[in-house]
Design a protein around this ligand. Structure first.
Ligand code: ADP
Ligand code: ADP
Ligand code: MG
Length: 647
């Protein structure tokens, strides 16, 4: 077995590889760009080395530097992770030339599968079903237009060197074709230095289904069943699961044995994935092969019980696995959610900032794979994926339930994430029934929008905002004798509620005809927890700006919240009613100048509060009779408390 491996990647995948190496007794070298120096992977290896600063090309994509380091540190093999250099055939060749081993397939397989046209030609030879289309040499535009007409619109134009959705154009009708072709070629030429394209029939409402393969070091090829990856946004997977809810045993056997046939046909080595597109009529077509480990590999590990990174390493070491295909079984169901630092309600734009806290809480029956720790900045130079959350249960239904729990349980405080959005998908009727396709997110956009907060959800946010105010300002309206109508802005939308009772740890309010009571359980700094409606909530608050709007995170809910007195009156006194006198700050009741029942004029002193060695006279805000004085001389009061009422 290898003695030492260098991991040519960052973040969660670097940590993932370290984990398996530890298990196998292999030493590791992790590398990091200077701006990643505080990330966990930067000192996760037995040895960790800086790549210096600069662009991606100077750091994680700098082959020469990485290979030189590998030699210097005496490593036997290099694991490329995913992304970066993982599908770069020259990296494999240069590592081999330097006398080390690339943990992945040989350069020929990487090259073949990196070219959408060449791989299709090969797939045809092997007898793999392809999307109807044209992938020949002829790039003449008139000729391609004729081919498109033969295929029938809508048609998809793809760059043969493409990846990450670049160079792809959907053409709905003949008239759009030539313009789209030109745009696609331009984009492909810029991105890949190669403007060759191919044409495919555009499949309406397809599913993305893929099959995990691993080939050992002795030419034995295994499949590890399918993954369903249809829930995507911007051509990026968001939720993956296995088994797929649509695939029956017969179809499973077909797609999996086809995948194994591909591995045999190209003498594959190590882990790879065959991506298929599945039509609503359940016809499946080869899309492409990813010649590396996938982001979503954990769901396969959960369901089959195999450590895929271990198998990659053993294959690269030339070992035979020694088990049979029949030894690999699917047990139960697994889901992965990708937690992105992004705002689903603002076009999935990445959000940046600092990860204040990231951790598993109490419910621990899930796997959290993350490359971040408390205090890390989220770099905008890389993918905004913060973590992967993975659950495993006996059925799909229970897996969804578990994931909902896990999403609430895990703490991601600091930056806006897609966590709540993931929950909205998980509870969508069509997702629950397994009726999904790659356009799920756009198709159900309206229903998945934030405005679909239920009254209960909003009540939780209101409670969180009220407790947050209590904690932040240390002000408690300890006696509330009349109903207070208040307004709350949640993500810039206004809602009303009536505060019925508030003490230091309990609030009762009415919202849209229902009454809610919540209890504050604990708080420390910006973190607090509360209970109500049969549930427990973890919350975090941070002020965003002077106008008192703040970001509140409660379990997986994240909202921008602003509490205001109704009718835009902002002073507490006006909120409490005309004759309510409040303590302006924490202090002591120094002197009471009027008795209950006595009449006062507006502006007259009623009592004096001493705070910070100064006396503050509390003046009547209205003329009338002193009705209630809630404190005695010498008693401590908190800022904002109601001292006295005038009627
Ligand atoms: P998967 O099919 O496993 O989701 P993707 O093609 O989406 O794989 O890529 C895996 C990850 O690697 C993604 O998070 C993507 O942003 C990242 N990635 C892909 N190519 C590169 C690259 N050249 N440099 C850096 N990151 C990359
Ligand atoms: P890339 O290399 O950019 O990942 P793929 O060929 O894997 O390109 O396609 C990316 C995504 O585009 C797929 O996951 C699928 O959602 C969609 N797609 C690809 N081909 C088709 C097609 N013929 N019809 C409809 N959708 C397609
Ligand atoms: Mg793809």
């Amino acid at each position: 077995m290898f003695d030492k491996i260098l991991i040519a990647n960052r973040g969660e995948i670097a940590l993932r590889v370290v984990k398996t190496c530890r298990k196998l007794g292999i030493k590791t070298v992790t590398i990091f760009a200077d701006n990643d120096q505080f990330l966990p992977h930067a000192n996760a290896g037995d040895e960790s080395v800086s790549l210096g600063g600069g662009s991606l090309a100077q750091t994680y994509l700098n082959q020469r530097k990485i290979i030189d380091l590998a030699k210097k540190y005496n490593v036997d093999a290099i694991h490329p992770g995913y992304g970066f250099l993982s599908e770069n055939s020259s990296f494999q060749q240069n590592i081999a030339k330097a006398g080390m081993i690339f943990i992945g397939p040989c350069a020929e397989a990487i090259e073949l599968m990196g070219d959408k046209k060449e791989s299709k030609v090969k797939m045809e030879q092997i007898g793999v079903p392809l999307v109807p289309g044209y992938h020949g040499e002829n790039q003449d535009e008139k000729f391609l237009l004729d081919e498109a007409k033969k295929i029938g619109f809508p048609v998809l134009i793809k760059a043969t060197a493409g990846g990450g959705g670049k160079g792809m154009r959907i053409v709905q009708e003949e008239a759009e074709f030539l313009g789209a072709l030109e745009a696609s070629k331009r984009e492909a030429s810029n991105a890949f230095g190669n403007d060759k394209v191919l044409l495919e029939k555009y499949i309406e409402l397809p599913r993305h289904i893929e099959v995990q393969l691993v080939s050992d070091g002795k030419g034995n090829h295994y499949h590890f069943f399918e993954r369903e990856c249809s829930i995507q946004r911007r051509y990026q997977k968001v939720i993956e699961e296995t088994p797929s809810p649509i695939i029956d045993d017969e179809l499973r056997e077909k797609i999996c044995s086809t995948a194994v046939k591909i591995a045999e046909g190209i003498n594959y080595l190590g882990a790879g994935t065959i991506e298929y597109i599945l039509t609503p009529q359940k016809d499946f077509y080869f899309l492409e092969m990813n010649t590396r480990l996938q982001v979503e590999h954990p769901v396969t590990e959960e369901v089959t019980g195999f450590d895929l990174v271990e198998l990659q390493i053993r294959a690269a070491n030339g070992e035979a696995f020694g088990f049979k295909q029949e030894d690999i079984k699917q047990k139960g169901h697994s889901i992965e959610c990708r937690i992105y630092a992004e705002d689903p309600d603002n076009n999935f734009l990445p959000t940046n900032g600092r990860v204040k806290k990231i951790s598993a809480q109490h419910y621990t029956d899930y796997r959290l794979d993350s490359g971040y720790t408390d205090g890390n900045s989220i770099s905008t130079s890389y993918d905004p994926m913060l973590a992967k959350l993975i659950v495993h249960a006996d059925s799909r239904e229970n897996s969804i339930k578990k994931m909902n729990h896990a999403l609430d349980d895990v703490l991601f405080l600091g930056a806006k994430t897609n966590r709540d959005y993931l929950k909205r998908i998980l509870s969508h009727k069509e997702f629950v029934t397994g009726n999904i396709h790659t356009h799920f997110v756009e198709t159900y956009k309206k229903q998945l929008d934030q405005s679909t907060y239920t009254d209960q959800t909003r009540a939780i946010i209101i409670a969180a905002a009220l407790f947050s105010k209590t904690i932040k300002e240390k002000s408690i309206w300890n006696v509330i004798t009349k109903k207070l109508s208040k307004e709350i802005f949640i993500d810039e939308k206004s809602f009303c509620f009536d505060l019925l009772e508030q003490s230091h740890n309990k609030i009762t309010f009415a919202h849209r005809g229902n009454e809610y009571t919540f209890f504050l359980r604990d708080f420390e700094g910006e973190y607090y927890s509360f209970e109500g409606m049969g549930d427990f909530y973890y919350a975090f608050q941070s002020y965003i700006n002077q106008d008192e709007a703040q970001q509140i995170i409660v379990n997986s809910l994240e909202a921008k919240v602003k509490l205001v007195a109704k009718a835009q009156k902002t002073s507490m006194a006006s909120l409490l009613g005309e004759g309510a006198l409040q303590s302006p700050m924490p202090g002591k009741v120094f002197k009471i100048l009027k008795k209950e029942g006595e009449s006062v004029q507006e502006g007259e002193d009623v009592l004096i509060v001493e705070a910070m060695k100064m006396e503050h006279s509390i003046k009547a805000t209205a003329s009338g009779t002193v009705k209630n004085i809630f404190f005695k001389e010498g008693e401590q009061v908190q800022g904002g408390v109601l001292l006295c009422e005038i009627e």
